[in-house]
Design a protein around this ligand. Structure first.
Ligand code: IMP
Ligand code: MG
Length: 193
């Protein structure tokens, strides 16, 4: 894919350089706050994978990494109140300093449910780290402890964020053309190859 443009995108909201600058700032704060700790990073699949990879390379404390998966979007562009957690670590969270790592917080419903479950399993601390925060989308009271950057109420795609499970591999974050979003499913560009 071309690193700076893509034919399906209407605009770029965060370039690769913007994203890396936000990650650098987040890593600096985390390196201060967790200098003498060994936290467990709980990464929320799937959208978090590029962020997790870039962030963890900049962390200089010992840490464990585990994955969780939850679903609330079902491939569309609007969130629902229904959240299902379908992957959870086997290890005990008791006594752990947990850092939940997310790509984006919109309604907050997914993270609220995950945070409650982490707390109920006896973690000694739980903090939320998100690359992107869409505070205007909140349906519940939830604040992240570490936010890369706040974004407008737009449906964003790229750098892990998907539309119909596609575009996660695009290196920037942007907005898709309306003709792609509104396209009849049989005409999606990936159906032709
Ligand atoms: P929430 O439960 O509404 O906060 O949504 C959390 C999840 O929905 C995120 O981890 C993303 O996977 C997905 N999501 C939220 N906003 C967007 C977006 O703008 N584009 C793509 N996925 C999104
Ligand atoms: Mg996510």
């Amino acid at each position: 894919m071309n690193p700076t443009t893509h034919p399906d995108f209407e605009s770029i909201v965060l370039s690769e350089a913007d994203i890396q600058a936000h990650i650098e700032t987040l890593a600096t704060k985390l390196n201060e706050d967790y200098a003498n700790k060994t936290p467990l990073l709980l990464a929320v699949l799937k959208g978090v994978y590029p962020f997790l990879s870039d962030l963890t390379k900049k962390l200089n404390f010992y840490c464990d990494v585990e994955f969780i998966a939850a679903s609330s979007y079902h491939g569309g562009t609007a969130t629902t109140d229904w959240v299902e957690i379908y992957l959870w670590p086997r290890m005990s969270l008791k006594g752990k300093d947990v850092l939940i790592i997310e790509d984006i917080i919109d309604s907050g419903l997914t993270l609220k449910k995950i945070k409650q479950k982490v707390q109920s399993e006896g973690a000694s601390s739980v903090k939320l780290v998100t690359l992107l925060d869409k505070p205007s989308g909140r349906k519940t009271k939830l604040e992240a402890d570490y936010v890369g950057t706040t974004v407008k109420p737009l449906f964003l795609v790229g750098y892990g964020l998907d539309f119909q499970e596609k575009y996660r591999n695009v290196p920037f974050v942007g907005v898709l053309k309306k003709e792609i979003i509104n396209m009849n499913a049989k005409d999606y560009p990936w159906r032709n190859n």
